[in-house]
Design a protein. Structure first.
Length: 134
């Protein structure tokens, strides 16, 4: 499975439309931000309430604003046709995004961001081909 997106300018935000599903198969559309600085993927409280998610655990999340105890949920994130079952943390709000895709998903793949000719191109391929890029 491969996702490739090209932006008409250099961008500092890589986003993708995804589907987030509960284990009971309730589904909603979400705008995801790819974040290589995040160890875990995160959903907003709005998404957890919309899907009527039930916490499976609680965890301490350390972010730019400090530490907080947050709920952990089991969800399925669908990227194109690829379904990834994953545990996500919950945060109150992320401005314009519903899901933050962290390294728990990114590290399963080949993940490339290239800037050339004043444009940004992004590619996510799973499974990894193991090809040497440099």
């Amino acid at each position: 499975m491969n996702i490739t997106q090209q932006y008409r300018q250099i961008t500092n935000r890589i986003t993708t439309s995804v589907k987030v599903s509960s284990m009971e198969y309730d589904t909603c559309e979400a705008l995801a931000l790819w974040d290589t600085g995040a160890m875990k993927s995160v959903i907003t409280k709005k998404i957890s309430e919309k899907l009527k998610l039930v916490p499976i655990d609680e965890m301490t999340m350390i972010g730019v604003t400090g530490e907080a105890k947050v709920n952990v949920y089991a969800v399925c994130v669908t990227l194109n046709d690829l379904e990834i079952d994953i545990q996500v943390l919950e945060c109150m709000d992320m401005a314009n995004f519903d899901l933050l895709i962290g390294m728990d998903i990114i590290s399963q793949s080949d993940f490339i961001i290239a800037n050339n000719n004043e444009q940004t191109k992004f590619s996510f391929r799973i499974p990894s081909t193991g090809a040497q890029l440099v």
